[in-house]
Design a protein around this ligand. Structure first.
Ligand code: C2E
Ligand code: CA
Ligand code: CA
Ligand code: CA
Length: 275
């Protein structure tokens, strides 16, 4: 039994060591990927009453040997290692350059573009200056830019959060609260944040037709957002039935595979111009 215990321990140590090595390797690769710009932004349509009103930018990593690496894997690592700062800056600049292209095309000029902001990025003291800098350099209309924030990152220093958001809002930038319902929503804070939109997390949308609890949560978020004067968008909509449910309960804006997966900039531009 003792020997078996030792073997188990050795096994766990080796597994742990392998995990740490894989992590260190991924961090090295990520650093290089940022230098070499191995990333690409994909665009997923946001639909309102059957019309595309905008898109969410979602980052993709084309790893030279591993191929496609999911952002669900590398964004958390980038966040822990502070590499999210140069990566986040690249994402924001690339998204704004996309908005510049759209502004020259009548079919695309009215669309908004939502960009995901990570907690560490938002926490930077010069976050506001960084965003205003990119807006000035690219010359985009700030009203076309929407920043997606998550609940947990906003509550930790609420005064500074409100200050940053207010500064950007006064220039026309919009704010959406991503993954709403999954964090530590504090309703008393929610009413103080200068938000434009709540985004119903896809975990509630997925089973909205079969799980009465998810249905109740989705309905409650729609009612809450609406009564606070916010727009409400649902993410992860895959079927007509989910879409109909949301519409029936007062949410007519959504994104999801039912309309389009995230696609390349070119594919998105073609989609809009032929839709
Ligand atoms: P998120 O911001 O909640 O993005 C939504 C995720 O749901 C995306 O996964 C999207 O591809 C996926 N999705 C969209 N429609 C559907 C659908 O109908 N069904 C299902 N099952 N999934 C759908 P993705 O692109 O893999 O991104 C995962 C997460 O990685 C994002 O979650 C976000 O937290 C993070 N992320 C992605 N791009 C960026 C970025 O540019 N910056 C930052 N900071 N984080 C990002
Ligand atoms: Ca998002
Ligand atoms: Ca989300
Ligand atoms: Ca999510």
């Amino acid at each position: 039994a003792k020997a078996a215990g030792r073997n188990t321990l050795r096994f766990y140590n080796r597994a742990l060591q392998e995990r740490m090595q894989a992590r260190a390797a991924m961090e090295r690769d990520l650093r290089l990927a940022i230098e070499q710009e191995q990333f690409e932004l994909y665009y997923q349509a946001q639909v309102q009453s059957g019309r595309v009103i905008g898109a969410e930018a979602l980052v993709r990593w084309h790893h030279p040997s591993k191929g496609f690496v999911s952002p669900a894997q590398f964004i958390p690592l980038a966040e822990e290692s502070a590499l999210i700062l140069p990566l986040g800056a690249w994402i924001l600049r690339t998204a704004c350059e996309c908005l510049v292209r759209w502004s020259r095309n009548p079919a695309l000029a009215k669309l908004t573009l939502a960009v995901n902001i990570s907690p560490r990025q938002f926490a930077q003291a010069d976050f506001v200056d960084g965003v205003l800098g990119v807006i000035a350099q690219t010359g985009i209309n700030p009203k076309r830019l929407e920043l997606e924030l998550t609940e947990s990152m906003l509550l930790h220093d609420i005064e500074s959060t409100i200050d940053k958001m207010t500064q950007l809002k006064s220039c026309g930038v919009n704010f959406s609260l991503d993954d709403f319902g999954t964090g530590y929503s504090s309703l008393s804070y929610l009413k103080r944040l200068p938000l434009d939109q709540l985004k119903i997390d896809q975990s509630f949308v997925r089973d909205v037709l079969v799980d009465p609890n998810d249905a109740a949560i989705a309905r409650t978020i729609i009612a809450l957002g609406t009564s606070l004067g916010l727009r409400v968008i649902a993410e992860g909509v895959e079927t007509k039935a989910q879409c109909d449910f949301l519409e029936r309960h007062g949410c007519n804006t959504w994104q999801g595979y039912f309309f389009s997966r995230p696609i390349t900039a070119n594919a998105f531009e073609t989609l809009i111009q032929t839709a």
